[in-house]
Design a protein around this ligand. Structure first.
Ligand code: SF4
Length: 363
């Protein structure tokens, strides 16, 4: 199947956030030309998708490529104005008037801002590179340049010791009226600065109760403000749901370029070398930068489709008649307020999404 969705991983960050375990390359000076040359080589190997619907520049921090770098990247991959969706992830301080105008000229029509919080103390603790004021300024510049579809990332479940005031952050998010909001519940990964602090007992991560209470509070506040959660971690104004991410959840084929990027052709999945240097070296030698590959057996595809479906507000269609064990489980979930059944469709509620992994094991 020909992919209509393209993901490009831009691995550079100026510094590492305290919780981050993504595949990144921390650089003071961004090697734009070095990166783009390898990206062009990778695309030449796999072929440029003929009929792109969406392009997503993720990272890392794609906005560090700057005005000219993003325009050059768009030209390489064949992105242009008029795509159904062309998203760039950005750190707020990179959204200058000049840069965002150039991105729009290159076809960008959606901006995903890594806001996370508006509390200077929290931003500093997270080791983010931006201050609170930069978020509102970035939103205003994006809108002025013609990007109406702005998404804000919001983090929750921070360690209790930080005493983060989520209500205040929600007020600040809603005051900016973004079209889309993505949630990130902090998880403590072992090989991160945060993981090391937690391991040596210097900090405790948020309790399960706090995680649950904050997740439900966010649902309540966003629903009251007219947002609909169309996926476990994503809420949008009607019509502003992310087309690119929806393609993942519907198991549509997609192509991924750049270090650590994954690709899927409808039956198999493969992924690139995660380290920038290794990805680049393989391409420079004329080799494929692929690190691994798996073929999804029909049963595995069915399981993934069900898991991904449960993540979304659409839910899944249950095959009737249900096996007795599943029928009993579904009845228990409905009684507990974790799911709703609108036969033959099963959908999880926000309380059910909190238990998504556990519930999915029954499928
Ligand atoms: S900006 Fe994003 S990718 Fe970069 S270090 Fe922070 S969390 Fe990780």
């Amino acid at each position: 199947m020909t992919p209509r969705h393209l993901y490009v991983h831009v691995p550079f960050c100026r510094r590492r956030c305290v919780y981050c375990d993504f595949s990144i390359a921390v650089r003071r000076t961004i090697p734009v030309g070095h990166y783009l040359a390898a990206l062009a080589a990778e695309l030449a190997r796999v072929g440029r998708p003929a009929d792109l619907a969406t392009v997503y520049l993720g990272g890392g921090t794609p906005s560090l490529l700057g005005a000219a770098g993003v325009a050059a990247l768009a030209a390489i991959v064949g992105a242009r104005p008029g795509l159904e969706e062309f998203t760039i992830e950005a750190n707020p301080e990179d959204v200058t008037a000049e840069a965002v105008r150039a991105w729009v000229r290159a076809g960008v029509n959606r901006l995903s801002l890594g806001a996370q919080s508006f509390d200077e103390r929290v931003l500093e603790w997270m080791h983010r590179s931006h201050g609170a004021a930069a978020i509102g300024e970035a939103v205003a510049r994006a809108r002025h340049a013609g990007i109406a579809n702005v998404s804000l990332d919001l983090i929750f479940a921070l360690p209790d010791a930080l005493d983060r005031r989520l209500e205040d952050d929600l007020d600040r998010v809603l005051a900016l009226d973004p079209a889309h909001i993505s949630l990130y519940g902090l998880t403590v990964e072992e090989h991160t600065p945060l993981g090391r602090r937690v391991a040596r007992g210097a900090l405790a991560h948020a309790s399960e109760e706090r995680y649950e209470a904050e997740y439900l509070l966010i649902h309540e506040r966003l629903a009251a403000a007219g947002y609909a959660f169309y996926e476990v971690s994503n809420a949008a104004r009607p019509g502003a749901e992310a087309v690119h991410n929806r393609a993942y959840w519907r198991l549509a084929p997609y192509l991924g370029l750049g270090p650590s990027a994954h690709s899927f052709d409808g039956a198999s999945r493969w992924w690139n070398e995660p380290a920038y240097a290794r990805w680049h070296a393989k391409l420079s030698r004329g080799d494929a930068p692929v690190a691994g590959r798996e073929i999804l057996a029909p049963a595995q595809q069915r399981l993934e489709a069900r898991y991904l479906g449960l993540r979304t507000a659409e839910g899944i269609v249950l095959d009737e008649p249900l096996e007795p064990a599943l029928a009993a489980a579904v009845s228990a979930w409905v009684a507990a307020g974790w799911a709703e059944v609108d036969a033959p469709r099963l959908r999880l509620t926000p309380r059910g999404w909190l238990r998504l992994d556990e519930l999915a094991t029954f499928l």
